[in-house]
Write a protein that binds this ligand. Structure first.
Ligand SMILES: CC(C)(COP(=O)(O)OP(=O)(O)OC[C@H]1O[C@@H](n2cnc3c(N)ncnc32)[C@H](O)[C@@H]1OP(=O)(O)O)[C@@H](O)C(=O)NCCC(=O)NCCS
Length: 183
């Protein structure tokens, strides 16, 4: 397979539209707690606002024979971003610095999984997140029923912190000191 990884600028996030919408459908298909919450989640309601509100964004698309087959989106945001009308994602007092890192969206199309592409994108994201001296805490939010993703992140060094929204989302976290060994 001719696999290419391309870091794209915020102006080109439209490239992720289809994959982002597929990710939302995938998550809905797996969910057994409040799957209807995904009905309003799509590229326009999730990715665009997130990219606009973050301080720094990092988007990598993966292409096979010049066709986009997946992407990962990570960002750095003020911790207050994660306490809003929808949910309080974590106890803000458990984060000493002002900003947090988040691996926010991650999707590889069916047929391209289990070739190591996800591991490469994950590693790129962690290396990018760890560059920021003012960030020590990293979060990943996994929706219920997506056990494959949960296990993937655990094997990469993240730990389950707690559930929110009656189990709709599991919060995973890691800190700067302990994720040096992620691969
Ligand atoms: C989660 C996801 C991004 C992982 O991407 P991926 O490309 O499948 O990941 P990798 O191939 O690097 O690794 C997946 C597993 O396949 C294994 N693998 C990698 N190459 C392999 C190969 N050639 N043959 C067999 N297994 C292989 C890896 O060891 C890994 O196993 P592990 O989880 O036990 O470590 C992808 O499965 C996906 O997009 N899933 C659907 C959407 C989703 O759940 N997104 C996350 C939302 S929070």
């Amino acid at each position: 397979m001719n696999i290419k990884y391309e870091i794209i600028s915020e102006e080109n996030i439209e490239d992720c539209r289809d994959a982002c919408n597929e990710l939302m459908s995938y998550q809905k298909s797996k969910a057994y707690i409040k799957p209807e919450l995904f009905d309003n989640m799509n590229f326009d309601t999730r990715m665009i606002p997130s990219v606009k509100s973050a301080i720094h964004n990092y988007i990598v698309v993966v292409k096979v024979e010049d066709k986009i087959v997946g992407y990962v989106y990570s960002n750095i945001s003020p911790k207050e971003t994660y306490s809003n009308a929808f949910a309080t994602f974590f106890d803000l007092s458990s984060v000493s610095k002002g900003n947090v890192g988040c691996l926010s969206q991650f999707y590889i199309k069916e047929g391209y999984r289990k070739y190591g592409i996800g591991s490469t994108l994950f590693k790129m994201s962690m290396e990018w997140l760890q560059q920021f001296d003012d960030v020590e805490d990293y979060f990943i939010y996994v929706s219920n029923g997506n056990d494959d993703a949960l296990e993937f992140y655990k094997r990469k060094g993240f730990s389950v912190s707690h559930d929110i929204l009656d189990g709709f989302i599991t919060v995973l976290r890691n800190s700067k000191q302990s994720n040096q060994n992620s691969n």
